[in-house]
Design a protein around this ligand. Structure first.
Ligand code: HEC
Ligand code: HEC
Length: 247
């Protein structure tokens, strides 16, 4: 039996396990599922990612939870890099680290490809909860950057439509403001890493707290464009080198 076949059943099992983790019924739940033979679910990718959809939405569209990100439509290599990052500890969120610990590279790739191909609608943009001047500041940084502090425009890499670029730069539309600021904070504090040179670490450390709030608030209030696909690979020359997006 290949290692890949061995790990497959983990995903359907992850749902009860995780429910146990989240709702604190651990002993009861695992004991019950060990004794009762479970009906075999059909072995499709949809059934295998069921353990993911409670937090990421049935098609990876995200949920109302401010910290659970949308996965749908992000480039496959980006999603794959993140699953590897969680598996190897370069990103930290215990339920995610736990879920991918024993999954093979091939399997993570299959999951990443699946979510990259999903096209569920975007949530309605958030209502602004910050001042107009904060929103204007956020917009300016995203679209034009802040040359005085060597902050490049976010759109220079994430695309004019902010839908990312193949193969490994994610879109920034459809994410909650709290998720965005938490990720930038994680880059600054060193709890999130990408392949070196880690351009997002560079950029995150050049932003002030006010900048981060402004950028996150403005991004979350944007509508997704008509055709929300990532820009073609190599269509933008990134202003800084990024290890995860070699050019
Ligand atoms: C308990 C809720 C939960 C479950 C279940 C879960 N995730 Fe996550 N996932 C999260 C959270 C929260 C984050 C963001 C963590 C952080 O702060 O970095 C995340 C991040 C991710 C990311 C990175 C997204 C990005 O845009 O950078 C990917 C990819 C991902 N999850 C895939 C999966 C897959 C595949 C599964 C099923 C095997 C899964 N998740 C199950 C909560 C969950
Ligand atoms: C030089 C290119 C570049 C620029 C400029 C850039 N980014 Fe990024 N960004 C990246 C890359 C590459 C990644 C993926 C990193 C990884 O693999 O974890 C990324 C990832 C992100 C993520 C993670 C998204 C998620 O789903 O978890 C956020 C948030 C982000 N960038 C915000 C910004 C903001 C805000 C700006 C402008 C202030 C910006 N980026 C400017 C290249 C760039």
């Amino acid at each position: 039996m290949s290692p890949r076949r061995l790990v497959r059943p983990l995903i359907p099992l992850a749902a009860p396990l995780l429910a146990a983790l989240l709702f604190g019924t651990s002993g009861i739940f695992s004991a019950a599922s060990a004794q009762t033979p479970q009906p075999k679910a059909p072995d499709t990718i949809e059934s295998r990612v069921q353990g993911c959809t409670a937090c990421h939405g049935s098609h990876g569209q995200g949920t109302d939870n401010d910290y659970f990100p949308r996965l749908a439509g992000k480039p496959a290599e980006y999603l794959y890099n993140q699953l590897m990052n969680f598996r190897e500890g370069r990103r930290k969120y215990p339920p995610m680290n736990y879920l991918v610990t024993y999954l093979s590279d091939d399997y993570l790739h299959e999951i990443a490809t699946y979510f990259s191909q999903q096209r569920p609608p975007y949530p309605p943009p958030a209502k602004a909860t910050v001042s107009d001047s904060t929103l204007a500041r956020g917009q300016a940084i995203v679209l034009r950057g802040d040359p005085a502090r060597q902050v490049p425009a976010c759109a220079a890499c994430h695309g004019a439509k902010l839908t990312g670029m193949e193969p490994a730069i994610p879109g920034l539309v459809g994410l909650h403001a709290d998720y965005i600021s938490a990720q930038i904070g994680a880059w600054r504090s060193g709890s999130r890493h990408a392949k070196a040179p880690d351009c997002m670490h560079e950029i995150a450390t050049r932003l002030t707290d006010d900048d981060v709030n402004a950028v996150a608030a403005w991004l979350a209030t944007q509508n997704a464009p008509q055709n929300p696909v990532p820009a073609a690979a190599g269509s933008l020359k990134t202003p800084l080198a990024c290890g995860s997006e070699p050019q």
